[in-house]
Ligand binder design. Structure first.
Ligand code: FAD
Ligand code: NAD
Length: 466
């Protein structure tokens, strides 16, 4: 007889593992199938966690090199041990992936190692080291995640022409790196290798960096990244990479047409987006077809078909770990008969550069496009006392609020600590706060969070520190 579960989840990333743990907490008999050797998905193994470990370490290295002296801190010699830096990254990954395995045990989630695919209504086939077997599932949750989007004409070998996965594991600091795509990965991993000594050139097809972020934030951030030494080639198309010689030759041309030229480099990082990993999931057995980008069609409750749900990077919406996590919990709760809910309007985005960039809600361009009447409050980090004491005065906070009701519609921050500061804005927006609610909430002094309050005060024109 087939093994039988209330819920079978395909994929053990942030979507799948949070769904599984919540199902366990709600008393459901649950199994989670994962084909990797460890749980945690892209995020814990080759995404959020290893990238942040390298961002943190490389930021400390640059801080020591460039700024310690100005704080009155001296040392004899600064050196870089890349192997040790990679080892601390591996430690963070190892601890957290094991942590998920521990939470599975604690919440009675069965981890099944292998590749899962839907085999018709209520059936999931798993192929692992011991062969193939079929599980019976009251409900199936697909949480298969995403993979690197390929660039035609550029073959990734993960040694010299790398995706984010290879860029997290380079064995030495390259002299030069060309990053294709000025999105989140390009800016984060480009920053890591620039800080460690590479000359980084970012080639972007559009005439701006970070599509999706507020235009003021982008302008401020791009100036800061350029000052740090990152070179940008915007409005530029990559035609191909010649890997036949000792160095790589990247041919580029203006996106709007024009003559080609060659950029010589040692490593190319391809990061032009990710696509849902939805091939070979057996979707046809339940009459479902992914769209041409690979996105699984799901309704507003993330239901794909009777007894089948899909969450995270393989469905529509931002490809973010916390969005996948929210969806995982909501689906588990819906399966258990509760009112699971995701508030898509308040999902924050953070780019972990220095300074960080973070936002939640609408951009100013989106409000203009929608014809919304809005007010703006701005505050420069230069006028924040804690930023002054910490010598982290680059950046700003911008708050957009409805002109009539004063409800906060969007918050955009470029600042050291922006990734932490944005949580206050997301919470305020989740409770539909007005800018005055933030402005009249006492914030501790001296903290960076006062800049958020001052920007909120700026919406009504009573900013005090500028
Ligand atoms: P995934 O994490 O991709 O997990 C899916 C899992 O399913 C994988 O482990 C896969 O092996 C498994 N799987 C797939 N198919 C099958 C099958 N048929 N059978 C069994 N197992 C299967 N997001 C953030 O919010 N913050 C960040 O700082 C951040 N940094 C990132 C940095 C990098 C370099 C990258 C690449 C991504 C980053 N992301 C970040 C994005 C984040 O990793 C994803 O949004 C998140 O992991 C999506 O979670 P998921 O559960 O949907 O999918
Ligand atoms: P992205 O969508 O953030 O950026 C891709 C960039 O590549 C865009 O600017 C796009 O215009 C550009 N581009 C597309 N085709 C191009 C071409 N042919 N030539 C030059 N440029 C081109 O994608 P990403 O940086 O690869 O990251 C993938 C996803 O992973 C992100 O969308 C995000 O959801 C997730 N991620 C999140 C974080 C975070 O939250 N901090 C970090 C890393 C990754």
């Amino acid at each position: 007889m087939a093994d039988s579960y209330d819920v079978v989840i395909i994929g053990g990333g942030p979507g799948g593992y949070n769904c599984a743990i919540r199902c366990g907490q709600l008393g459901l008999k649950v199994a989670c199938i994962e084909s990797r050797a460890t749980l945690g998905g892209t995020c814990l193994n080759v995404g959020c966690i290893p990238s942040k470990a390298l961002l943190h370490a490389s930021e400390l290295y640059e801080e020591a090199k460039e700024r310690f002296e100005s704080y009155g801190i001296g040392f004899d010699a600064l050196s870089l041990d890349l192997d040790r830096m990679m080892a601390q990254k591996a430690d963070a990954v190892d601890g957290l992936t094991k942590g998920v395995a521990f939470l599975f045990k604690k919440n009675k989630v069965e981890w099944i190692s292998g590749r899962g695919k839907v085999a018709g209504k209520g059936k999931v086939e798993v192929t692992g080291a011991d062969g193939t077997r079929t599980l019976e599932a009251g409900q199936i949750v697909i949480a298969a995640g995403s993979e690197v989007a390929p660039l035609p004409g550029v073959e990734i070998d993960e040694t010299r022409i790398v995706s984010s996965t290879g860029a997290l594991a380079l064995e030495e600091v390259p002299d030069r790196m060309v990053v294709i795509g000025a999105g989140v990965i390009g800016l984060e991993l480009g920053s890591v290798w620039r800080r460690l000594g590479a000359e980084v050139t970012v080639v972007e097809y559009l005439d701006r960096i970070m599509p999706g972020a507020d235009a003021d934030v982008v302008k401020t951030a791009q100036k800061l990244f350029a000052k740090q030494g990152m070179q940008f080639r915007l409005g530029t198309k990559v035609e191909g990479v010649d890997a036949s010689g000792k160095t790589l030759k990247v041919s580029v041309s203006p996106a709007k047409g024009g003559d080609s030229e060659t950029i010589e480099t040692d490593v190319v990082l391809v990061c032009i987006g990710r696509r849902p990993a939805t091939q070979d999931l057996g979707l046809e057995t339940i009459g479902v077809e992914a769209d041409k980008r690979g996105v699984i069609p799901a309704d507003d409750h993330l239901k794909v078909a009777d007894g089948v749900w899909a969450i995270g990077d393989c469905v529509a919406g931002p490809m973010l770990a916390h969005k996948a996590e929210e969806e995982g919990v909501a689906v588990a709760e819906r399966i258990a008969g509760k009112a699971g809910h995701v508030d898509y309007g308040v999902i924050p985005s953070v780019v972990y550069t220095a300074p960080e960039i973070a936002w939640v809600g609408a951009t100013e361009d989106a409000l203009k496009e929608a014809g919304r009447d809005y007010k703006t409050g701005n505050f420069p980090m230069m006028a924040n006392s804690r930023a002054r004491t910490n010598h982290t005065t680059d950046g700003m906070v911008k708050i957009l609020a409805d002109a009539k009701t004063d409800e906060v519609l969007g918050v955009h921050i470029v600042a050291t600590g922006a990734g932490e500061l944005i949580a206050e804005a997301a919470l305020a927006m989740a409770f539909r706060a007005s800018s005055e609610d933030i402005a009249r909430t006492c914030h501790a002094h001296p903290t960076l969070s006062e800049a958020v309050r001052q920007a909120a005060m700026g919406v009504e024109g009573w900013t005090m520190q500028a």
